[in-house]
Design a protein around this ligand. Structure first.
Ligand SMILES: Cc1cc2nc3c(=O)[nH]c(=O)nc-3n(C[C@H](O)[C@H](O)[C@H](O)COP(=O)(O)OP(=O)(O)OC[C@H]3O[C@@H](n4cnc5c(N)ncnc54)[C@H](O)[C@@H]3O)c2cc1C
Length: 540
């Protein structure tokens, strides 16, 4: 079949029967007609249609080696520098459509599948059948142009113990039954972005496992159809408030719903099991297969588009209200320019230093990509801050589109800019509003900060206690889970109108003590060049 059209994507979505919980409702059919999912589905449909558009087709597709049909270029196995450039061009094409605000376009997970499908040497260390299965699954995804999401980390119940220790191991998704024809998984994983509109869920190794027999139930990599029986998604409330693209220019199109993933005895047939019972191979899943490198190549390419968007927006605002001559404004514009150019340079440098894997796949230089992915989460937090600084109260002087007809003269006179009419200025500032102070923009900042990083908590060794870092002053430390729950937790709960005590019939996770200290200095970044002392730093 090869590349799908938007209409084909939407038709399949409507035919699926997932279990989605959102805003007090269970939605299981006709997703494209549901207000919570419709806009996002239409946006993704546009991405599929772009593959057929003569203006983008060459950048977004290539000929399938097995069928000759056009398939998405993110499935291209890179063997030459031109292949890497082609992959980048495809990602850039989709990223420029959304200005980098869509983090889960299909090329993100396709990158992982592409690398995994070629990693024969890696899979040979375990059972080569896993390598054969994931290659077959990659071809299935490529030829059917599937949209996959993934879910990695354990629930955030108690980060002072590892996921496999929460509630005696009964919370995190785990194998509860092994059958001749497959496995059964129960438990939960924390998050899956775009889950409601995806075709498939990839449940890949989440956390650094200890390699002990107790970790065996958590050692797996599988794929499951999004409407498999027993799979439930608890979706967050949408950040699009129902406005049109004039009033909510970003949220109305690009709100990728995130969801908690619950597995209630979900059966996974053998052909969809790509790793089982090998914690050390699960721990090396991203680094040793090249999946981390190709995924990061996609991520860094996407984030260049986002940096360019903020630079463009800030420049427009500065010109529109005549602040572009002020020194501190120019300084911020220079910061944005620097970040665009650094991002571009890092992608190209990673490609220029690419080297073949043991399986002959040309992988972009990991150290360069790793620098990029450790750099961007921090610098991107400045983008909305700069927009707020440039706009100031202009972000509040914002009548809606409907008001353009009602207050035409006032808007034309009082809301004009130095170089824009009143209605033009409102459109520009609506964009700034959605990119800097709305819930949508807050979620974007959170996404860039966290989606590609791991806390040490996910992979801490069994029994290891959290220790306060030496460089964190005692005043900056807060009581750990035990302390909060026993000492101040009830007071907070009452203030928030929450029950002061856990409901009696809900099993509670144990672990951590009143003495436990949490390091508030931030998240551990991924290690450099495999030199990390903690294996958790090597996970993606
Ligand atoms: C918008 C968004 C979308 C996402 N989408 C996906 C997705 O599609 N699929 C997916 O698998 N994941 C997704 N993630 C999850 C992402 O992988 C995690 O946010 C990331 O791994 C951090 O884990 P956490 O959120 O559980 O934070 P936690 O680990 O719970 O950390 C919470 C805070 O505690 C601190 N902390 C925790 N443990 C320690 C420790 N041991 N030492 C010091 N500090 C510590 C952290 O620094 C952090 O400040 C998404 C996240 C976001 C925000």
């Amino acid at each position: 079949m090869g590349i799908r059209t938007g209409a084909q994507f939407l038709a399949k979505l409507d035919a699926m029967r997932p279990h989605l919980v959102i805003d007090g409702e269970v939605v299981s059919e006709n997703l494209t007609r549901h207000p919570a999912f419709r806009q996002l589905a239409l946006t993704y449909a546009k991405l599929f249609d772009m593959q057929h558009d003569p203006a983008h087709r060459d950048a977004l597709t290539y000929e399938s080696p097995t069928t000759g049909d056009l398939v998405n270029a993110s499935f291209l196995v890179p063997r030459t520098p031109q292949d890497l450039a082609r992959r980048r061009a495809a990602t850039a094409t989709w990223s420029e459509y959304s200005n980098g605000f869509l983090g889960r376009t299909a090329d993100y997970m396709n990158a992982a599948l592409t690398a995994l499908s070629t990693a024969k040497t890696f899979f040979a260390q375990g059972d080569p059948v896993f390598g054969e299965r994931i290659e077959a699954y990659y071809e299935f995804a490529r030829e059917n142009d599937l949209l996959a999401t993934h879910t990695l980390i354990p629930p955030q119940v108690n980060r002072s113990v590892s996921g496999s220790e929460q509630l005696g191991g009964q919370l995190t998704a785990r194998i509860v039954e092994e059958r001749a024809d497959g496995i059964v998984i129960s438990g939960a994983r924390m998050l899956a972005t775009v889950a409601p509109i995806a075709d498939e869920l990839l449940v890949f190794p989440s956390t650094v496992l200890r390699g002990t027999p107790e970790d065996a139930p958590y050692s797996f990599a599988v794929a499951v159809a999004n409407d498999a029986p027993g799979l439930r998604y608890l979706c967050r409330t949408g950040l699009h408030n129902g406005g049109n693209t004039h009033d909510e220019p970003l949220a109305a199109r690009f709100d990728e719903i995130d969801a908690v993933v619950v597995f209630d005895e979900v059966f996974i047939p053998n052909e969809r099991i790509f790793m089982l019972g090998r914690p050390e191979l699960c721990n090396a899943w991203y680094t040793d297969t090249g999946a981390g490198a190709l995924m990061t190549h996609q991520v860094v390419t996407r984030t260049v588009a986002k940096s360019e968007f903020y630079l463009g927006l800030a420049s427009e605002i500065a010109g529109a209200i005549g602040i572009d001559g002020f020194a501190h404004i120019q300084e911020d514009l220079a910061e944005l320019i620097r970040n665009v150019e650094i991002g571009k340079a890092l992608v190209v440098a990673a490609e220029a230093q690419a080297a073949p894997s043991v399986d002959g796949v040309l992988l972009p230089h990991w150290e360069t990509l790793n620098a990029a992915r450790n750099w961007y989460p921090k610098i991107s937090q400045r983008f909305p801050e700069i927009i707020r600084k440039f706009c100031a109260s202009g972000l509040m002087a914002l009548p809606g589109e409907a008001d353009l007809e009602v207050a035409t003269e006032d808007i034309a006179k009082y809301l004009q800019g130095k170089s824009l009419t009143g209605s033009e200025r409102i459109r520009l500032f609506k964009l700034a509003y959605d990119a800097s102070i709305t819930g949508f923009s807050g979620r974007q900042a959170l996404y860039e900060y966290f989606f590609f990083r791991r806390s040490r908590a996910h992979g801490r060794s069994h029994g290891e206690q959290l220790r306060p870092r030496a460089d964190v002053p005692a005043s900056a430390r807060i009581p750990g889970p035990g302390g909060l729950r026993n000492h101040r937790g009830n007071a907070f709960a009452q203030d928030a109108g929450l029950p002061a005590h856990p409901a009696p019939d809900i099993p509670r996770a144990r672990g951590g003590t009143a003495e436990t200290q949490i390091d508030v200095s931030g998240v551990t970044m991924m290690g450099y060049h495999g030199q990390s002392t903690l294996p958790s730093e090597r996970s993606v």
